[in-house]
Ligand binder design. Structure first.
Ligand SMILES: Cc1ncc(COP(=O)(O)O)c(C=O)c1O
Length: 357
């Protein structure tokens, strides 16, 4: 392997179909919010088993708008700290206090027992993160649950509540950037349509179909966060390929677990048959992690940490979280993506096996 080439942690899987879809949308003369977005929304809602889907430009926007549409403001929102910053930003965008709950040591998802302890009369919502694509359903809590499904596209257990999805460049279904909210609540759906498009009651596509409808209604303060037809056309192809791509992820996860099972200084993730396997996260002694990361990079392999928890950043409360605070220091994400090659995979394995821990 040439030393200049680095095996990445993530990589989207694109082929001729995605390229063709982008060309067709360009040739159609309409690349904005329009019929391809609508088609993708319908297909995605069906895949999740939800009544409605609203295409957006990111999961960050989805989390923000899902809170707005559910009137989650002026209270407390419980989130895990082991997540990307957007999960914690959405409550702040909506004038809420962030309350961190700890994670479960095994699944790395939110610990529902700790959530129960942290619910107060001011709690407006909980946002569980399906870490790495593994779903741990909530017990009955009596508060709104908004799922952060950024990692979970393709997991049949994800999206039972109002749910926020990411189609960011490295996600299981990647459209460069993009997001979606799925919901069964018609009222929430109706609020979201103008909310993603500056508060305007009709999309430009609808208005362009007959005499150009320049006179529209603006009845609420919206954002400019809708999806567009170029990314939706990539999304339609990726959705068709999702099962095949996620099955390939399962194959790599099984091969990782098999080939690394005798490495006594690594703790491997437990296989979960429904997981969408967005990441392959192993655990190593905290004192060794930095040396391991540098060693892998020196052998042309990029490995990462997901995540430095949000309670370590000053914009968030510095809550003590015994499991999160201890476990995050041991996490290492190894390369996992559908188009990983045999040669690269076995280079990763051989390199790990040769590490002097
Ligand atoms: C758990 C989680 N939530 C939310 C997001 C935000 O997604 P997006 O990049 O689509 O805004 C991400 C993206 O990395 C994520 O991993």
């Amino acid at each position: 392997m040439s030393p200049e080439r680095i095996i990445p942690i993530f990589r989207p899987s694109y082929g001729e179909k995605e390229k063709q879809a982008v060309w067709e949308t360009m040739d159609s003369g309409w690349v904005g919010l329009g019929p391809k977005t609508e088609k993708f929304e319908k297909a995605f809602a069906e895949k999740v088993g939800a009544k409605y889907a609203i295409g957006l430009n990111s999961c960050t926007a989805a989390l923000d708008l899902a809170l707005k549409a559910n009137d989650i403001t002026g209270g407390e929102v419980i989130v895990p700290a082991l997540t990307f910053v957007s999960t914690g930003l959405a409550p702040l965008y909506n004038n809420n206090k962030v309350v961190f709950a700890d994670i479960d040591e095994k699944t790395l998802c939110i610990d529902w027992e700790d959530v129960k302890r942290k619910i107060t009369p001011n709690t407006k919502a909980v946002i569980p993160v399906w870490y790495s694509g593994r779903v741990v359903q909530p017990p009955e809590l009596g508060v709104t649950v908004i799922e952060d499904c950024a990692h979970a596209t393709g997991n049949p257990e994800a999206g039972k509540h109002t749910a926020c999805w990411s189609f960011h460049a490295v996600k299981n279904l990647a459209t460069a950037d993009g997001g979606m909210i799925t919901t069964n609540d018609e009222e929430v759906y109706k609020k979201l349509l103008p909310m993603r498009w500056c508060g305007i009651d009709k999309s430009t596509w609808e208005r362009a179909q007959k005499k150009y409808g320049w006179d529209y209604s603006i009845d609420s303060i919206g954002t400019k966060t809708h999806m567009n037809d170029l990314t939706a056309s990539i999304g339609l192809v990726q959705l068709e390929r999702l099962e095949e791509m996620n099955n390939t992820r399962i194959m790599w996860v099984m091969l990782y677990n098999h080939n690394l099972k005798n490495v006594d200084w690594l703790k491997l993730p437990e296989f979960d048959e429904n997981s969408s396997n967005h990441m392959y996260v192993v655990r190593i002694k905290a004192e060794v992690r930095e040396r391991f990361i540098d060693y892998m990079l020196a052998h042309g392999i990029s490995v990462g940490v997901h995540y430095k928890p949000l309670n370590t950043y000053e914009i968030f409360p510095q809550t003590e979280l015994p499991v999160t605070d201890r476990v995050w220091k041991t996490l290492v994400t190894l390369p996992l993506f559908p188009d990983l090659t045999n040669e690269d995979f076995y280079h990763v394995i051989k390199t790990i096996l040769a590490f002097k821990c």
